[in-house]
Write a protein that binds this ligand. Structure first.
Ligand SMILES: C[S@@+](CC[C@H](N)C(=O)[O-])C[C@H]1O[C@@H](n2cnc3c(N)ncnc32)[C@H](O)[C@@H]1O
Length: 331
């Protein structure tokens, strides 16, 4: 629940007054991607820096050059294994500020964003770092009284959550399946990844032949038991908050990625999946060929120290939290 007065809040409040309470996914879509005021809109991006020290949160892509060098090694290994041409495309899907552009300069690098048209079909590699955690989700709450989708209402100058209709069809089954982990618990919450299949399908349609590397934080179906209150979080100036309805457009909103569902969507679309692994495992494989010598190459000791710290943050700070899913598409 939250007091909110900004241009997007006014627009959403007016919409809710006209149409009634909106689905959480509609609220999240507007908060992140409203063309004029959304957190990730092109207009806002021009003035603000969502990531980095001055921004709201960190991603691995800011740990340059070490993350870039190791991901380049991983991408080169995939290119060789799949027999892709040297000059194949590397599409950074959900590229944000395109901080990987230099690392992938040996490829034909393209940045794909929420507001850009889909690229023409290409052969190569798609890199998706923290793309899927930024997709709008619906929310279902449940317990002894049954399940209800969550809607967002506007009441006394604030956005508030209200119970909506019960979920139906595929999403009813999905919620029932995952909620089994919560047993008799009377007040659980699960996010429904309602946009995931379409985004994966868009990548599938653009990639004629090659691989998709997904890096994100999330859980498998067996691990959902750790999140009985769901995983939605909001970030502003490095402060995490569970109040995702506050200040729409001014804060990031994320949900952990349900990897089991992502793998099921991938299988249905014909992707071939490698086993899910930790980011640490991928980084270790990418660096072990020369014992991290090229990843840590530096001209001065000061720089060498900085790079060693980056590697430590990647391996021990993010390495076990983040997961990697490698999907391949045969031509
Ligand atoms: C959390 S940011 C990650 C940015 C960057 N990859 C990084 O690691 O710093 C998520 C990005 O995905 C983009 N995005 C969201 N939906 C998308 C879509 N359907 N297609 C392409 N990009 C999308 C957002 O605009 C945002 O820039």
């Amino acid at each position: 629940m939250s007091g909110s007065r900004n241009a997007l809040a006014e627009k959403l409040a007016a919409r809710i007054e006209r149409e009634g309470p909106i689905l959480f996914s509609e609220f999240m879509e507007a908060a992140l991607y409203d063309p004029a005021h959304g957190y990730y809109s092109a207009a806002r991006r021009a003035q603000a820096e969502p990531t980095g020290i001055a921004g709201d949160y960190f991603t691995a892509t800011q740990l340059q050059p070490v993350f870039g060098r190791l991901m380049r090694a991983a991408a080169e290994e995939m290119r060789a294994r799949l027999g892709l041409p040297e000059t194949c495309t590397l599409a950074d899907w959900g590229a944000g500020r395109a901080l990987m552009a230099e690392a992938f300069s040996g490829f034909r690098y393209i940045a794909v964003e929420a507001h850009t048209p889909l690229p023409k079909p290409f052969e190569g590699i798609v890199f998706a770092n923290e793309l899927f955690d930024a997709l709008p989700v619906d929310v279902v709450c449940g317990g002894r009284k049954g399940m209800r989708l969550q809607r967002v209402a506007w009441s006394e100058g604030r956005f508030v959550r209200v119970d909506g209709e019960p979920p139906e069809g595929e999403w009813k089954e999905y919620a029932e399946r995952l909620a089994r982990a919560f047993g008799e618990l009377d007040d659980w919450e699960i996010e429904l990844p309602v946009r995931m299949r379409a985004v994966l399908g868009a990548i599938h349609a653009s990639l004629r032949r090659g691989a998709l590397l997904v890096i994100d934080y999330g859980y498998t179906e067996r691990e959902i038991v750790r999140f009985p209150r769901g995983t939605l979080m909001s970030y502003r100036r490095h402060q995490a908050s569970e109040d995702v309805l506050r200040d729409p457009g001014g804060r990031d909103i994320t949900a952990h990625v349900p990897f089991t569902h992502l793998m099921e969507c991938a299988a249905a679309q014909g992707w071939k999946a490698a086993p899910l692994e930790s980011l640490a495992a991928l980084l270790l494989r990418a660096g072990e060929r020369d014992s991290f010598a090229s990843a840590l190459a530096a001209e001065r000791e000061e720089e060498a120290q900085r790079l060693r710290l980056q590697l430590k943050t990647l391996l021990f700070g993010m390495g076990e939290t983040f997961r990697c899913l490698r999907l391949e598409k045969e031509g």
